[in-house]
Design a protein. Structure first.
Length: 404
């Protein structure tokens, strides 16, 4: 049975997105082995991952400008290939500086993924399927995060760390070839002319206007709250609630599973009830924040924590795809690359901001404040999201943009 064109597009884009997330979490699995092999410190190991993430975050917006100007397909092919070959190249490293350079190169390749993917999906998928398409894109990335460590660990046990890196890196080559061979079905975003008499923004002015700054903060604050849950939930449940580590880890797993499944729920809702997206996002984020407060303030048996963390993750995950659709609707025609490149850079930045200061709170004896602050950050994110939607003219999109 032949697959529909939209299904083929989703599979091609999702495979590349899976790889980009998989590669990020295959590296930490190598840390202990690299420490012995290259005689380096944990700080140097951590710096490797930080350098990769920094290159991605810094370059996403410039790449978005290039995607909008020249088209997304060649950038997607080149970025995915660079990312894959950089990971495979680590298997040949004889000095640790070579690992670090290749990690930076992989980050450069990864910077292409979000701007190019969203530009292609916006141009290739029917409007009534856009929510589910965005959901599949996010789901594939979450799946890459989930499978990166266990698959890499299995390969390390089977063929050693060099063989593992060569295997997972070269596995990206067939993905690149499939994208290249079927590139004819990948359509770039539509480009509409500016309305007569409308004021025109440059690309820089677009990204720095009120609407896009608010969307950036919406994404940033949501990632900050999610990062706090992922980094410190186990510690908080164990130190504050006295829950044994195994059960606390199970609660975190429930949160992550709920978050992943919620993405698919949100995609379905975004397509079926598009006119109610903002209300849906508002209710879900409020529910997730409330569940965080319940965990923090209510004394309950350890097992009862698990469904509560699942609901917290499910509701936050379900808000993500409608959030992406809101941003897509606010972006002017032909500007998806730079808009998603800029706004989605708030995701890695937000995830990086909270672990250290919240860890400081725990060190100072205030672990009970972490979830309360995370919930508060979510409520602040809603103010930004609602203001961004209102500023965009209730779906009318941002102002026209001058040709670059």
């Amino acid at each position: 049975m032949a697959l529909s064109r939209s299904t083929r597009v989703n599979l091609l884009i999702s495979n590349g997105h899976f790889l980009s997330h998989f590669y990020v979490l295959c590296m930490p699995t190598m840390f202990l082995t690299w420490r012995d092999a290259f005689q380096v410190s944990f700080a140097q190991l951590g710096m490797t991952l930080a350098m990769m993430s920094a290159m991605t975050a810094i370059l996403q917006t410039p790449v978005g400008f290039l995607v909008d100007k020249y088209g997304a397909r060649l950038f997607l092919v080149g970025g995915t290939l660079l990312m894959s070959l950089s990971i495979a190249g680590m298997s040949l490293a004889t000095e640790f500086w070579q690992i670090q350079i290749l990690a930076m190169m992989s980050g450069i390749g990864n910077s292409v993924v979000h701007p190019a993917d969203y530009a292609i999906l916006s141009g290739s998928i029917e409007k009534d399927k856009m929510g589910r398409s965005f959901a599949m894109h996010t789901f594939s990335g979450n799946l890459g995060f989930a499978l990166g460590a266990p698959i890499t660990a299995f390969l390390m046990a089977s063929v050693g760390w060099r063989g593992a890196l060569a295997t997972v890196g070269l596995a990206g080559v067939p993905v690149v070839l499939s994208i290249l061979l079927q590139s004819s079905i990948l359509k770039d975003q539509t480009r509409g002319p500016a309305k007569a008499g409308a004021s025109v923004l440059s690309g820089k002015e677009l990204l720095l206007n009120r609407t896009m700054i608010l969307f950036f903060l919406f994404f940033l604050f949501g990632a900050m709250a999610g990062g706090a849950m992922q980094a410190w939930l186990v510690t908080i449940l164990h130190t504050v609630k006295g829950i044994e580590l195994t059960l606390a880890a199970t609660a975190l797993t429930a949160y992550m599973v709920g978050s992943t499944l919620g993405v698919l729920v949100g995609g379905w809702f975004a397509d079926k009830y598009r006119e109610h997206i903002l209300h849906f996002v508002t209710g879900l984020v409020c529910l997730s924040a409330t569940m965080m407060l319940v965990i923090d303030w209510v004394n309950m048996p350890g097992l009862a924590i698990v469904p509560v963390t699942f609901i917290a993750g499910l509701s936050l995950g379900a808000s993500r795809t409608p959030r992406d659709v809101l941003l897509k609707d606010a972006a002017p025609p032909g500007q998806i690359g730079k808009v998603f490149g800029f706004v989605s850079s708030g995701l890695p930045l937000g995830s990086a901001l909270t672990p250290i200061p919240f860890g400081f709170l725990i060190d100072k004896g205030y672990p009970q404040m972490v979830l309360m602050l995370a919930a508060g950050i979510l409520f602040v994110s809603l103010l930004c999201g609602g203001s961004a939607k209102a500023s965009s003219g209730r779906g009318g999109g941002a102002m026209p943009v001058a040709a670059e």
